[in-house]
Design a binder for this molecule. Structure first.
Ligand code: SF4
Ligand code: SF4
Ligand code: SF4
Length: 372
């Protein structure tokens, strides 16, 4: 049996922001509320049953710090010896909360920063205040410095950036902000086009098809060394990336994240606010996607419910284990690059006789969308 290594826990579906790229904008009847305490407490007891407790990562679609018992939730997870991480918009990370997270020895906080100037950031993250975010993160840094001195100390800080046409010019300024805030990591993802406007914001309409990111006996490989990436080389390299070769950079093929589902390769799953378990973020809830100018409908795929069975029983269920194994083999039709028939309109079946849920149209499995 493969090992469960990380559990994404959706502590709340409530949020104090209304970001332009958030899937919550497509929800109609979903309750915007915290996870019930009894559900969470039972989940932690279930995680303690694993020989090695998986990492608990507070994430999902909602701001975890809006949970009224957020710090208690962190304490419970830490109490079973789990590594604890979270993805947050950072707005509620005030001095008191930051000090408590340091005391609780939280391992990592990924904070969403989709711009380095107030106008761009607040345009993407509606309802936000860039000045307050920066002040919160500087205070976290100051508290860590005064507690531990210089160096990289917990909670490690990462910045998460969703790249779109409207904010890509901010990317080169992000390293400077990361240095200032003491962030150790910057994770850039593409946007998932939940509406036609977001399809216009996409920066991967050519990357979806590019042979540069594929390896096959039918495609020659171009192996690149270290070289300047500047006004002299950039046009030539851009053409190479759009050409008919597979790229290997410093002997590392760029094919790695092609037909590769990180959730199933690395042993992750998601527990929704209501206790329903799904294999990944993409399959958490029904939602639309707009690609190639057409709407498609992604249906969610529940593999259990922690209020009905233990997470260990769910993880060891034969059908779910067989699904994970299948996704790791990835026998699906290449729907994302093809999109050529009506089966593309949903994740129900594909032309290689795979049945629901089919993953050949998933942007996460093609290295286009990255988990924080
Ligand atoms: S902060 Fe996260 S959950 Fe809240 S609206 Fe933005 S993307 Fe959605
Ligand atoms: S199922 Fe349709 S969209 Fe997917 S690869 Fe086959 S022909 Fe293309
Ligand atoms: S390939 Fe995509 S849809 Fe399929 S399990 Fe992985 S993340 Fe979920």
């Amino acid at each position: 049996m493969d090992r469960l290594t990380k559990v994404y826990v959706e502590l709340s579906t409530a949020c104090n922001f209304d970001c332009v790229m958030c899937v919550r904008r497509t929800w109609k009847d979903e309750a915007l509320a915290p996870m019930e305490w009894e559900v969470y407490r039972s989940l932690i007891e279930q995680l303690a049953e694993f020989p090695e407790p998986p990492t608990v990562h507070f994430s999902g679609y909602g701001e975890p710090m809006t949970h009224p018992r957020f710090l208690e939730a962190v304490e419970l997870a830490k109490g079973i010896g789990a590594r604890v991480e979270m993805t947050s918009n950072g707005s509620l990370l005030d001095r008191e909360t930051a000090a408590a997270l340091i005391d609780l020895d939280v391992d990592k906080i990924m904070v969403s920063v989709d711009g380095v100037s107030a106008d761009v950031y607040e345009d993407v993250r509606q309802g936000s205040d860039f000045g307050r975010l920066v002040a919160n993160l500087l205070e976290l840094r100051r508290l860590k410095l005064s507690r531990f001195g210089r160096g990289n100390h917990k909670p490690h800080l990462g910045l998460a950036f969703v790249a779109m046409k409207r904010n890509i010019d901010q990317l080169p300024l992000l390293p400077q902000l990361a240095h200032r805030l003491g962030a150790e990591e910057i994770k850039v993802s593409n946007v998932v086009p939940y509406c036609p406007q977001l399809e216009q914001e996409m920066l991967y309409d050519r990357a979806m098809y590019a042979l540069a990111f594929r390896a096959s006996p039918d495609i020659p490989v171009m192996s690149l060394p270290k070289m300047n990436l500047d006004a002299v080389t950039a046009p030539a390299l851009a053409q190479v990336f759009d050409s008919t070769v597979s790229i290997s950079w410093l002997q590392s093929s760029l094919d790695h994240y092609t037909n590769y589902c990180e959730f199933n390769q690395k042993g992750y799953l998601v527990v929704r606010r209501d206790g329903v378990v799904t294999p990944c973020l993409e399959l958490m809830r029904d939602h639309p996607v707009y690609l190639k100018g057409k709407p498609q409908w992604i249906s969610h795929y529940p593999v259990g419910d922690v209020t009905q069975k233990t997470l260990r029983e769910i993880w060891e269920d034969e059908e779910y284990a067989a699904f994970r194994d299948k996704v790791r083999r990835f026998p699906y039709s290449p729907c994302l690059t093809c999109g050529g028939c009506e089966l593309f309109e949903a994740n129900q079946e594909d032309c290689r006789s795979n049945t629901f849920p089919v993953c050949g149209r998933c942007p996460w499995a093609q290295g286009l969308v990255q988990c924080p």
